[in-house]
Write a protein that binds this ligand. Sequence first.
Ligand SMILES: [Zn+2]
Length: 481
Amino acid sequence: MQYNPTIGIETHVELKTNSKMFCRCKVVDTEEPNVSLCPTCLGLPGALPVPNKKAIEFITLLALSTNCKITKQGMFHRKNYFYPDLPKNYQISQFDLPVGINGSLKIVLNDQEAEVAIERVHMEEDTGKSTHMGTGRIDSATSTALDFNRSGVPLVEIVTKPVLKTSLEAVAYIEELRQLVLDLGISEGKLEKGNLRFDANISVANSESDVLGTKVEIKNMNSLRSLERAIDYEIERQIKALNNGEIIAQETRHWDEGKEVTKPMRSKEGSADYRYFSDPDIPNMVLDEEFVNIIKSKMPKLPYQKRLELMQTGLSIGEANILSKSNDWIVKLFHDVYSTTKNSSSTYNWITGELQGQMRKVEINELPSWFKADSLSEIINLIESNKISFSSGKVILAALLVKNVTPYDVAKEQNLFQENDSEKILQIVKNVITENSEVVVRIKNGEDKLIGFLVGLIIKSSGGSINPSIAKDLLSKELEE
Ligand SMILES: [Zn+2]
């Protein structure tokens, strides 16, 4: 039987605000536990929450940039559950009146643009952090240490509709979302630090059925590799179970990174289990037109717009996508260099390939202060106009990364300019042929590999100034006569 998988993704993004969601405590990035706390984020009796305006602005910005409809009358709800790192015993979240609903995000999949439907964008607060001593697992730990630095840090949750079909589509979606929050300036966007964490809801259904299969949720992944593997594993597990006549349980599973399997955590709770009710301590939130218009006016260039601009230079959507997800200085360098070379393909190749490769080699993360876009344009133009060879271009680039020189100076100093006087080149070729008549006879008798030997002699007698392919062409022509 043929099965179709359906995937929905919930992503928690940690917002880059100075203070926490409902108190003045600083958001800190430290290993030292429990240094940023107050009665509010510790859930002490009588402490009252006050929403963080900056966080609401950031969430609204994200909702607008994903084409969501903004809910004018927003509301904060209590999501009730017990866990040691949740001292209030509830999380302040949003329920039926989130900041944004019914949006979409343009992604690039298999070198084509696709669109992912977004169900909602809403506010959440983070919990504290539990460290299970001994084994690292709650069920076998000797004790558990609690750090409340993260308690109350603002999060935004973005929920897609169940519309994704493959793990690769899910990865492309997360890559796009990560770039979006970076470009909006609302999050550090570092996956390795858990700034973005995702849950995947996965079901498979008989391809002839219109009804979705039973949904299984995989919790808390924070790398693209885990996301891809966990989804692939889970789809396969469910198909195998259905083929064996088993019933898929609606449950929450955990991705075991080491064993590369999903394992059951608990049966999936429904939203009724959380006893949502509106938080009596926080007034309703009004996001009126004036507020929304101010946020709209702060909208920076979005990733898909950056892609479109790059494609207008002639880059393919795949190339534009890679470049648009690079650091800002790389995108700017591309536009600056392209404005002189007008050759998007070689500009792209030099920047994404040779330049970044050489930078890694000399272990620098940013260009030296003296390095100008014009210098790279000059190298590309010298190659395009056959004044230097491609490999000389690499030599010049390497020199530019370590000292303040111009491409012209390096080419001159290292004698890299190619001889373009065809009379002069022809004379050198003829001399080499005359001086190596025995070799020429052997070539004419079929020893083709000796052509390379003569080409080497030609280049050597020109002092390295002749382009090898030109030398080879002329030599072949001369030998035919
Ligand atoms: Zn606090």
